[in-house]
Ligand binder design. Structure first.
Ligand code: BDP
Length: 713
């Protein structure tokens, strides 16, 4: 009887909660579901009309978005008026409306104010900004409130971005493939551009504008020279035209030897006047087609890419030559610090610092150095990059990876909000306690005006854009944190869940809880206690900690874990590579001793005996095994949580997540078993009591091969 009752309740919930239309994820967090789902917030009463003057393309887009959203949420299309009327949303800029009853000071060119006001005796919601782009950001904020079921009364909000350049980096190739892309082919249909401009480009711009992203680098950092050829400039210009009303600028990655490849120059030496002249002319050509072109992103002298060092010049020589070319047009150069060389025997984690720190103060004022969050490469967990805090005279740009090359690729649910936050909140002690990375990249610590943050996009042609519904949350979180690094990962997850699924607390609470622990779970089942880079060669799919025979030492996982009969871990203290000396003294002192090193980074900095005692009292080996098990168990827990939500989620998106969690569970187990089998073959230690032996022997794991795993470059 009780069972029947449960069943009937579940059925009733299903019928009440299900939206009518199919949910394939295309609408992202801009679903504008009927407000019945939104806890009864009276959206209609606050959006009887949209009142605005001015007819710029941006204003038109803002009005269109509001109309579409309000109509979808309430079933009633708001009227369009020029003067504010009772219950209207009044969009006002100094150019279009006299005497705006709210101060616009401090909102800059992109910020906005939202205030519930009484206008000639009428309740009105004012969205005011210095520019139409500010209005667009403001309407998206209001729509977020409406979609999450927040109150729309008594609003008094002011918001301006903390970081100036908030960019996506697409690692998209001209042939339509995406390096480290797990969501299908590139969304740029290069071949049919500039003539065919499908609707996806506008939806891409809407989604990005809704989270405050204001720039996009269209092509892979492993760039082809042809992306700077006339036909491809025309294609990029077509995209720029679509994105412009949404406040999004276009940037391009460049190949250092483009002058040689495209026009037969004999050299790419940055100090050769002919080379500089070529770049100047090329830049002028780009600006003729794209007057607000943002600038260049450069990967040079890294992983086989050419660069100024090939001509015995420095990164600064190269960056400054390009910077001079874009300067007159107001463009910038983003020069990546992701460098390490095959002929440098030093710890890979040290090389970027060694190359770049001496160049601090040598870069032109329109150059930013773009630094990955960690010193190796977007691992599930890395200590923050020591360049943060070490280059106070140079504006540093953060580079995060939104696409999950090392965190489960398309299928694992590993919400990256906590990873982003961990880095942004990290204290570099560069200028004493409180010198967080957020303050370095927002320019406040060192007084920089030019500020930026980039995220390697996880976007592809898949219907749901990101390869899975939950991967959309990473794109969303990146944008929200780029606007305001002080937001919490949890608050962002709550917003996203409310908009993506429903504001029903029975759904939000468990989903957010699941998301919040998911990245730590991935760390547990892949690379616990500060281990890193144990993924398989090339595609980085799955575990391969045993790989040792690749040509370059730092291509081999054994280089990173250094496990032997006695212990495991990379000694980066004085007795080892001394990478800790690249951090501020207060931090270096802590990292010098395993006892004062955070356990989450233990084996990143120390080589320790297998019987080293962890804080829990267990041995290092037992602690490793327990963490692997904890990670796998967390995924099993997510499966149970998700199953309990079946009545509250539409069948299509429910099924995708259900299937992906099953894959994740299988792969988490695989990671755990393969890692244990391998490390046990080295230390010959028994498993702690109660731990299960791996399902197969080591050779079985070693024999797995995945020649067609996606995303490989
Ligand atoms: C690594 C990727 C590689 C990229 C490189 C980069 O495996 O595909 O080209 O980073 O950032 O993580 O340049």
């Amino acid at each position: 009887m009780a069972r029947l009752f449960c069943y009937l309740t579940a059925m009733a919930l299903t019928i009440l909660a299900l939206p009518v239309r199919a949910e394939d994820g295309y609408d992202l967090w801009l679903r504008y579901a009927p407000a019945g789902q939104a806890r009864g917030t009276d959206i209609s009463a606050h959006a009887r009309a949209i009142s605005a003057q001015g007819d710029s393309a941006t204003m038109a887009s803002a009005k269109q978005e509001l109309q579409r959203a309000v109509t979808s949420m309430t079933g009633h299309a708001p009227a369009l008026t020029t003067e504010p009327t009772a219950g209207s949303l009044w969009l006002a800029t100094p150019g279009s409306a006299p005497a705006i009853p709210v101060s616009l000071k401090g909102l800059g060119a992109e910020g906005y104010a939202i205030r519930s006001i009484d206008h000639a005796g009428q309740p009105i919601t004012l969205i005011a900004a210095n520019s139409d782009i500010g209005i667009l950001h403001g309407i998206f904020h209001w729509l977020r409130l409406a979609q999450t079921g927040a109150s729309l009364d008594g609003l008094d909000i002011r918001s301006a971005p903390r970081i100036g350049l908030r960019l996506l980096n697409h690692w998209d190739n001209l042939d339509g493939t995406v390096e480290r892309g797990y969501a299908g082919q590139s969304i740029w249909d290069w071949w049919r551009l500039p003539d065919y401009k499908g609707p996806r480009y506008t939806d891409y711009a809407r989604a990005n504008a809704s989270i405050g992203i204001n720039g996009t680098v269209l092509n892979n950092v492993n760039a082809k020279a042809e992306s700077l050829s006339a036909p491809y400039i025309a294609k990029a210009a077509a995209l720029a035209d679509i994105f412009r009303p949404y406040g999004i600028k276009v940037y391009l990655s460049v190949k250092w030897t483009a002058p040689m490849e495209l026009d037969g120059l004999k050299t790419a030496d940055p100090l050769d006047p002919k080379v500089a002249a070529w770049w100047k002319a090329k830049t002028d050509e780009i600006y003729r087609a794209i007057p607000d072109f943002g600038g260049f992103l450069v990967k040079a002298n890294s992983e086989g890419q050419p660069g100024p060092q090939d001509y015995q010049r420095t990164h600064a020589d190269g960056a400054n030559m390009l910077a001079a070319a874009v300067k007159l047009h107001g463009g910038i150069v983003m020069w990546r610090a992701f460098v390490y060389a095959h002929d440098n025997p030093d710890d890979r984690a040290k090389q970027a610092y060694d190359d770049f720190k001496p160049l601090d103060g040598k870069f032109a004022d329109n150059v930013m150095v773009q630094v990955k969050n960690g010193a190796i490469d977007f691992q599930p967990r890395e200590p923050f990059h020591p360049l943060f805090g070490a280059m106070t005279k140079t504006p540093l740009m953060m580079e995060f990876q939104i696409t999950k090359e090392y965190l489960g690729q398309s299928t694992h649910l590993t919400y990256l909000g906590p990873l982003f936050k961990e880095t942004l909140d990290a204290d570099t002690y560069a200028k004493g306690k409180g010198s967080t990375i957020a303050k370095i990249i927002d320019g406040s610590l060192d007084g920089h005006r030019l500020t930026g943050i980039a995220g390697v996009a996880n976007i592809g042609i898949d219907r749901d854009w990101s390869g899975s519904i939950f991967n959309q949350a990473d794109w969303y979180a990146f944008g929200r944190l780029a606007w305001n690094p002080d937001l919490s990962a949890e608050a962002i997850a709550r917003e996203w869940t409310a908009m993506t699924f429903s504001p029903d607390p029975r759904l939000i609470d468990p989903v957010v809880a699941m998301m919040m622990g998911s990245r730590e779970a991935a760390v547990d089942y892949m690379t616990p206690l500060g281990l890193a880079h144990l993924m398989a060669t090339g595609h980085h799919y799955g575990p391969a900690p045993w790989v040792s025979e690749l040509a370059r030492p730092e291509w081999n996982p054994v280089y990173y874990h250094k496990a032997d009969a006695d212990g495991i871990g990379f000694d980066r203290t004085k007795s080892g590579s001394n990478a800790i000396s690249q951090y501020a003294p207060a931090i270096a002192r802590r990292l010098a001793d395993p006892a004062t090193t955070p356990e989450s980074e233990l084996l990143w900095f120390h080589h320790l005996p297998w019987d080293y005692r962890l804080k829990s009292g267990e041995t290092l080996w037992d602690g490793l095994v327990h963490r692997y098990d904890r990670g796998v168990a967390y995924v099993a827990g997510m499966q149970r949580t998700w199953e309990s939500l079946r009545p509250l989620v539409d069948p299509e998106r429910f099924a995708q997540t259900e299937a992906f969690l099953a894959i994740q569970h299988r792969e988490a187990q695989w990671w755990r078993d393969a890692s244990i089998a391998y490390f046990q073959s080295i230390n010959h230690l028994p498993l702690p009591e109660g731990a299960q032996a791996p399902a197969h022997d080591l050779n079985w794991y070693k024999a797995r091969s995945f020649p067609y795993a996606p995303g490989h470059n």
